[in-house]
Design a protein. Structure first.
Length: 490
């Protein structure tokens, strides 16, 4: 946790106090308690000073007489930009119901939401902090409002936290919201978890003691702790396994944090020398990270007393990123990321955050009055991602279901324009083959090849579609197949 102490921040707090003077929350408390709580959350996440100040002022333009110009004069363009983004996002949220229905009002607001996020990802981080405090105090609202906000949190904000790999936030948002969406199921699963963990407590202490002794013997520096599975995570897993609790192997887990990657693999070997690993339950997310950048080694073992236990092994930096995600990245490299996440400076984003560039491309198209395929947009933002590799070992992330042409256009538009074939894992394949996690993809090209309109049926990403349509419509491409619906003028 970092604490931001500066005259600018102190001034922002005073400005917010004056602006919100006389306003009360639904709890009956002075309204200023909310922006101060958002400030504290952003500080815990290690955000930069401008973001923390914007968090303090995030509701002033929408709810008080303070204007954006006032904020710009007092705190500069960056803070004003962030406050404006959060204000737009809040306006967009009003009227949002179910993102799966795409009612006219919902559609417009969802698009405005995307525009607000596309300008600077820190806007989203402020909004997530705002949402976290609101959900923590949801009990003050009437039941119908509780359920609406909780459902929206599960459908939009918890998944977005996951996309930013903010694991700790995702878990808290999802569990707090699920408690209001389905209170009976929440209490039922909470009781089940508590009962299971109580029965496992004695065994876990013995396992922890044995592992600690073995690691100390090998002179590996480490910390070890228990990890309790969240209620909503268990709810989703049970749904996948026909409600069979015996199919859930990670109810009990121990997390081991070590100094470096070498120690991660040494620790894995020590655990397997003490306990029997389960077939198919060893996962190397260090060599092959998850779609949101998460890295760790996972293994599930059977102990001598026949108990099933999962271990998670990672470095301290991996753990910080697993817990705080993008916010942790700001903490470790504040200035570079602050600049790169601003509008127009997206070329240095980590591979696993390429979806942000798609968001910004969509925002640009909307400003130009161009149409956007909402279903495609939703797919790219919320769908699962896969990681595939170039023959040189470069990692490329794509939505699940992506095809070779999506991969080719992600590499470069010149490569995409000249595709004649593809090799997947060293074998010739075809352009209709869906790519899978871990595939090694080699694109074959020819300078004589030109883009074809039929390729539009062989891509799913908006990035590839944008590049292909741009080339198909370019005057310098006379050999491209004409669009079927376009008729020549008489």
């Amino acid at each position: 946790m970092t604490t931001t102490n500066s005259s600018r921040l102190d001034h922002a707090i005073e400005v917010a106090k004056q602006a919100h003077k006389g306003q009360l929350r639904k709890t009956g408390e002075p309204y200023i308690i909310h922006p101060l709580a958002v400030k504290k959350i952003l500080e815990e996440w290690g955000m930069d000073e401008d973001t923390v100040i914007a968090g303090v002022l995030h509701d002033t333009v929408e709810d008080t007489g303070l204007t954006l110009d006032d904020i710009r004069k007092e705190f500069g363009d960056s803070v004003a930009f962030l406050v404006d983004g959060v204000t737009k996002l809040s306006t967009a949220r009003n009227g949002m119901r179910d993102i799966d229905t795409y009612l006219p009002a919902t559609k417009d607001n969802f698009l405005r939401l995307m525009i607000a996020l596309g300008d600077d990802i820190r806007v989203l981080i402020i909004k997530l902090a705002d949402r976290l405090h609101n959900v923590r105090t949801l009990s003050a609202l009437p039941p119908d409002k509780q359920k609406k906000i909780a459902k929206e949190t599960l459908e939009v904000f918890a998944p977005l936290a996951d996309r930013l790999n903010m694991g700790q936030l995702r878990v808290e948002l999802a569990d707090l919201a699920f408690k209001y969406v389905d209170p009976r199921r929440f209490e039922e699963l909470k009781t089940l978890i508590e009962k299971y963990n109580k029965s496992a407590e004695k065994s876990l202490h013995k396992i922890e003691s044995d592992i600690s002794a073995a690691l100390k013997k090998e002179k590996i520096k480490f910390t070890i702790s228990g990890r309790v599975k969240s209620v909503y995570s268990l709810h989703k897993k049970l749904a996948k396994h026909n409600q069979n609790i015996n199919e859930i192997y990670d109810l009990t887990a121990l997390r081991i944090i070590v100094d470096d990657i070498t120690d991660c693999y040494l620790t894995l070997g020590i655990i397997h020398s003490l306990y029997t690993p389960m077939n198919g339950r060893i996962k190397d997310y260090i060599a092959m990270p998850k779609q949101n950048g998460y890295q760790s080694l996972h293994t599930t073992v059977i102990t001598k007393d026949k108990r099933v236990v999962e271990f998670q092994i990672r470095t301290r930096e991996m753990h910080e990123y697993a817990e705080r995600g993008l916010a942790a990245s700001f903490y470790y490299n504040e200035q570079k990321l602050t600049e790169n996440y601003k509008k127009g400076k997206i070329e240095h984003l980590p591979t696993n955050l390429f979806w942000i560039t798609e968001l910004q491309m969509t925002a640009a198209k909307l400003r130009e009055g161009k149409k956007v395929d909402l279903k495609k947009l939703k797919l790219n933002l919320f769908a699962d991602k896969i990681f595939v590799y170039t023959p040189k070992g470069d990692i490329i992330d794509l939505p699940a279901g992506a095809l070779p042409l999506d991969f080719a256009y992600r590499l470069h538009s010149e490569i995409g324009d000249h595709v004649v074939g593809v090799k997947i894992n060293g074998k010739m394949s075809n352009l209709n083959k869906k790519l899978e996690q871990g595939d090694i993809v080699e694109i074959l090209t020819s300078k004589n090849q030109t883009p074809k309109t039929s390729w539009l049926d062989r891509i799913i990403t908006s990035h590839a579609r944008h590049k292909l349509l741009h080339r198909l419509n370019a005057p310098a491409n006379p050999t491209a197949e004409p669009k079927k619906k376009r008729k020549p003028r008489k």
